[in-house]
Design a binder for this molecule. Structure first.
Ligand code: AMP
Length: 190
């Protein structure tokens, strides 16, 4: 059967993690979130985690080689998966190119890049709300949140063109109830 490899895309606070939970169950996919993988490294106090934390705490991206290596390990450990949902990866053109190369070598290409669209002020509101309960330091400081959004706009948003050129970019309105947004994503997957 054809694999369903999807990139769930959007700025911090767009709802990628929330929507992943449903998509994973519905389609039986393996979830790959580089943010979650990095936070696990921080919790275990690994060398990689300690280095990543300094960048994450100020809202900057960690180096491409670090996240590409993590994704490669996870793909290789799950080659029999029905498909992958990439959440928070790729975030730069170099990451997108590395992902394409890995999938072409081992599996099947990305079928769609679903981009959740949410206005900036709504993102800031959501992230500060999440920070109040999640304990994530990077969600508790408005300056760090705005820096993450700047990183997204300068380094990550250009990937819309990268996937657009492959005919895979699909914009999805990311404001509404969780169920409404899920329904839009399922429709976009087709
Ligand atoms: P997230 O949980 O996806 O919001 O990621 C939290 C933080 O982890 C980001 O602000 C970055 O510092 C770092 N991070 C997560 N994924 C990546 C990635 N693909 N490339 C670079 N940095 C990342």
């Amino acid at each position: 059967m054809k694999k369903l490899n999807i990139v769930l895309f959007g700025p911090p606070g767009a709802g990628k993690g929330t929507q992943s939970t449903f998509l994973i169950e519905h389609y039986g996919l393996v979830h790959l979130s580089t943010g979650d993988l990095l936070r696990a490294e921080i919790k275990e106090e690994t060398e990689l985690g300690l280095q990543a934390k300094e960048l994450m705490d100020v809202g900057q991206l960690v180096p491409d080689a670090v996240v590409i290596g993590m994704i490669r390990n996870k793909i290789e450990a799950n080659l029999d998966a029905k498909g992958f949902i990439f959440d928070g990866f790729p975030r730069t053109k170099a990451q997108a190119e590395a992902l394409d190369a890995m999938l072409n070598e081992k599996l099947e290409p990305i079928v769609a890049m679903l981009a959740l669209e949410v206005p900036e002020e709504e993102l800031v509101k959501r992230l500060l709300g999440r920070g109040a309960t999640s304990g994530r330091a990077d969600d508790q400081d408005e300056a760090v949140i705005r820096n993450r959004i700047r990183e997204y706009e300068s380094k990550t948003a250009p990937l819309k063109d990268y996937y657009g050129a492959q005919g895979k970019y699909k914009a999805v309105e990311g404001v509404g109830t969780i169920a409404e947004i899920t329904a839009r994503l399922v429709k976009a997957i087709g």
